[in-house]
Design a protein around this ligand. Structure first.
Ligand SMILES: [Zn+2]
Length: 389
């Protein structure tokens, strides 16, 4: 695996030649279409220029194609499947200068007001003609690759949004046919954990990783940032999402000012507030574990307190100890308790993510505590554990 690192080891040489001390970084080179069989992860938070990187690959390819067919021997082949680099066979004419852009079906809402065939990045777009498709899973991607045998470089946007099979599909195609895959993707979720199993497998199987960072979006900060921060706006105040907020919230970018719709931005470690992690592991999950062996009452009592008498809940006590009476008080963290439907969020976490509540127990809690059925059903569906309530 190759990591892109600053090359300040060269400064010694530079200095020995009589130049002043200076930091030399890695050359921002044009994309290499000669080196075959690579799966390249381009990782970084929102706003770090991942898609812009993809657009640059696209532009470099158009320059490389102008060199003509005579150099195709450099940019074709390179895989283990021998027949594929014998032009006489009529197959395997993949040339890495031919690029194809695959966008994720979850992302189509972003492309309002631009041509249908556009690869959109901040500040512009490239038109891809027929070399663009919206693909929902690895099977459809496999079919698309098969239907475009001349394409040698595949850009797969938000690769971690796909099923795990994708990691092995791109590995196989790159090894057998020498194809190159460029995969801009988020790697970490709002909890700062590796996004999902697909992201983990992509890290394991990729040959190159390009990490990108963005500026922290806190208004008083210019640090470099890598964290995706989820927050809600309640009465005009920024309220960080609790650690146990539902992992996946689909279509959460319609109404930024609704306290039920999350917002996202990029933050440095200092400004990435993630309250409630300690409570999740110290209290909430153990309560779920007791429920999983039939003892639902303690969890029910805590959720009842959260909903009807918040200050008597263990959640509130834990926050007060940590963020009011603790060594580093923080009103910003306390604001997380202003977000509505906390009991519903806790149930979504325990049922859909931790598998600690049965369907029956979940229904019992919804009935007894008169929880918001619509909100909870939507979150359970988002997290692929739909349950009629
Ligand atoms: Zn910051």
């Amino acid at each position: 695996m190759i990591y892109s690192i600053p090359m300040d080891t060269h400064t010694g040489l530079y200095k020995s030649l009589g130049f002043p001390s200076v930091t030399i970084h890695e050359t921002n080179a044009h994309f290499d279409f000669v080196e075959p069989a690579r799966t390249i992860l381009v990782i970084g938070p929102m706003g770090s220029g991942k898609t812009e990187y993809a657009a640059r690959v696209w532009r470099d390819a158009s320059v490389a194609r102008r060199k003509g067919a005579s150099i195709a021997y450099l940019t074709s082949g390179g895989g283990t499947q021998k027949e594929l680099f014998e032009p006489e066979s009529g197959i395997g004419t993949a040339d890495r200068r031919n690029t194809f852009f695959v966008r994720n079906y979850l992302d189509t809402s972003r492309f309002v007001g631009v041509p249908e065939d556009a690869l959109v990045y901040r500040g512009g777009y490239e038109r891809c003609g027929s070399n663009i498709a919206t693909v929902g899973d690895s099977f459809k991607l496999e079919e698309t690759i098969k239907n475009n045998p001349h394409v040698g470089t595949w850009i797969i946007d938000e690769a971690a949004f796909y099923d795990e099979r994708l990691a092995y599909l791109v590995k196989r195609e790159s090894e057998q046919r020498g194809l190159v895959f460029v995969m801009p993707t988020l790697l970490l979720n709002f909890r700062g954990e590796v996004f999902n199993e697909t992201a983990r497998l992509l890290m394991e199987t990729s040959t190159d990783i390009y990490p990108l960072s963005a500026y922290c979006e806190h208004e008083e900060c210019l640090e470099s940032a890598n964290n995706t921060y989820r927050y809600y706006v309640v009465d005009g105040t920024e309220c960080p999402a609790l650690f146990f907020d539902p992992l996946i919230i689909v279509g959460g970018d319609r109404d930024k000012s609704s306290p039920l719709e999350p917002n996202y931005c990029t933050r440095c470690d200092v400004h990435h507030y993630l309250p409630g992690k300690q409570y999740t592991f110290f209290t909430l999950k153990p309560l779920g574990e007791r429920a999983s062996v039939g003892d639902l009452a303690p969890l029910e009592a805590e959720l009842r307190a959260i909903k009807f008498d918040p200050e008597s809940s263990e959640l509130f006590r834990s926050f007060r100890a940590q963020y009011v009476d603790g060594t580093r008080p923080s009103i910003a963290h306390m604001n997380a308790l202003r977000v509505p439907l906390i009991a519903e969020r806790a149930i979504a976490y325990l049922f859909a993510e931790r598998n600690l509540l049965s369907a029956e127990q979940t229904r019992v809690l919804v009935d007894r505590l008169d929880l918001d059925r619509e909100y909870l059903s939507r979150r359970l569906s988002d997290n692929k554990r739909p349950l009629p309530l």
